[in-house]
Write a protein that binds this ligand. Structure first.
Ligand SMILES: NC(=O)C1=CN([C@@H]2O[C@H](COP(=O)(O)OP(=O)(O)OC[C@H]3O[C@@H](n4cnc5c(N)ncnc54)[C@H](OP(=O)(O)O)[C@@H]3O)[C@@H](O)[C@H]2O)[C@@H](O)CC1
Ligand SMILES: [K+]
Length: 288
């Protein structure tokens, strides 16, 4: 299904695409896809929250591949110049995850446990951005411990720092979105491959698509309308915009909001970059 020029896929379709990519026909391995997914998350974060204004990043990692994307992103963020901390409370004992943990450990990236985060100072005082890599398209039901407590820290009533959600905000229904209206409110969503149906309820100011690995044959088979990646970019900002040449909806590279091109955060003052205007301001949402 395409909306505003980009396809939205169900959890079931996302799984099918994933399996197709890693099947004999296309030959990808999970660590390849995860590396590109995590790199695109780190790239999008760096574009919106540059290290000079948001140097401290906390990455919350869940037990599945969404968590793996978070571990990869943490490594790239370190190399981009951020001070990174990782919370990975339910470790998966498989070579790919063990390797990612070793890579972070050898960089000296600290691992913090969920209890410490829960009992510690408010997140907003200890980090400038939080990456939500807890659950992706395989999340179902109500969040179980210890992730329920971590999600609670990200709830708007706890005034968390800006949240960067990987693929879909954790705790939201993958297909329905923030059904209760009381889930987390990320500022930046990095949808991987294609936005999930639940992303239609995302009202934050920054939505990117990442995971630049979809072969045209898969896009065709699944009738995916994907954003145009520019140059060597690993992520593409998605917004329903009129392209400069006119002729309908298309995608313009560059920070946009509500269909209007904005200054690049890289050119803004640190304070402006920390407070993107219109954050979850539904009153100006003309679609409703
Ligand atoms: N092609 C692409 O786009 C690519 C996508 N990639 C990424 O993979 C992600 C999908 O990964 P995934 O399938 O491993 O599942 P994911 O969502 O991380 O979580 C599964 C874990 O969560 C757990 N769990 C579930 N519900 C729970 C609950 N209520 N409360 C507590 N736990 C719960 C569940 O535990 P279990 O039910 O087994 O106990 C299981 O261990 C996708 O979103 C994208 O980020 C890239 O890496 C590669 C290319
Ligand atoms: K997530």
């Amino acid at each position: 299904m395409a909306d505003d020029g980009v396809s939205f896929v169900s959890a079931a379709q996302a799984k099918e695409i994933d399996e197709k990519l890693m099947g004999p026909e296309f030959g990808f391995s999970i660590d390849q896809l995860m590396e590109l997914a995590g790199l695109s998350v780190a790239s999008a974060l760096c574009e919106v929250y540059p290290p000079r204004s948001h140097s401290r990043v906390l990455v919350l990692c869940g037990p599945g591949n969404n968590g793996g994307d978070g571990l990869v992103a943490a490594r790239h963020l370190f190399h981009f110049g951020y001070e990174v901390e990782v919370c990975y409370p339910k470790r998966t004992d498989r070579p790919i995850y063990n390797g990612l943990v070793t890579q972070l450990s050898t960089l000296g990236i600290p691992f913090v446990d969920a209890e410490t985060l829960r009992g510690g100072d408010p997140l907003v005082t200890t980090c400038d951005v939080v990456v939500d890599a807890l659950f992706g398209f395989s999340f179902t039901g109500a969040p179980r411990a210890p992730f329920d407590a971590l999600l609670e820290l990200l709830n708007p009533h706890n005034s968390p720092p800006p949240i960067v959600a990987v693929d879909i905000p954790s705790g939201w229904s993958v297909d329905e979105g923030d059904e209760s209206g009381e889930g987390m409110r990320p500022e930046l969503l990095v949808s991987l491959t294609a936005p999930k149906l639940g992303a239609k309820t995302f009202k934050g100011p920054h939505h990117f698509v990442g995971g630049r690995f979809v072969p045209p044959a898969i896009a065709e088979e699944f009738e995916l309308v994907l954003p145009q990646y520019m140059g060597s970019d690993q992520c593409a900002r998605v917004s329903g915009l009129l392209t400069p040449g006119g002729g309908g909806f298309g995608f313009i590279k560059g920070p946009t909001m509500g269909g209007v091109l904005m200054k690049s955060p890289a050119n803004e003052s640190a304070e402006e970059a920390k407070r993107p205007p219109g954050y979850w301001d539904t009153s100006s949402d003309e679609d409703e």
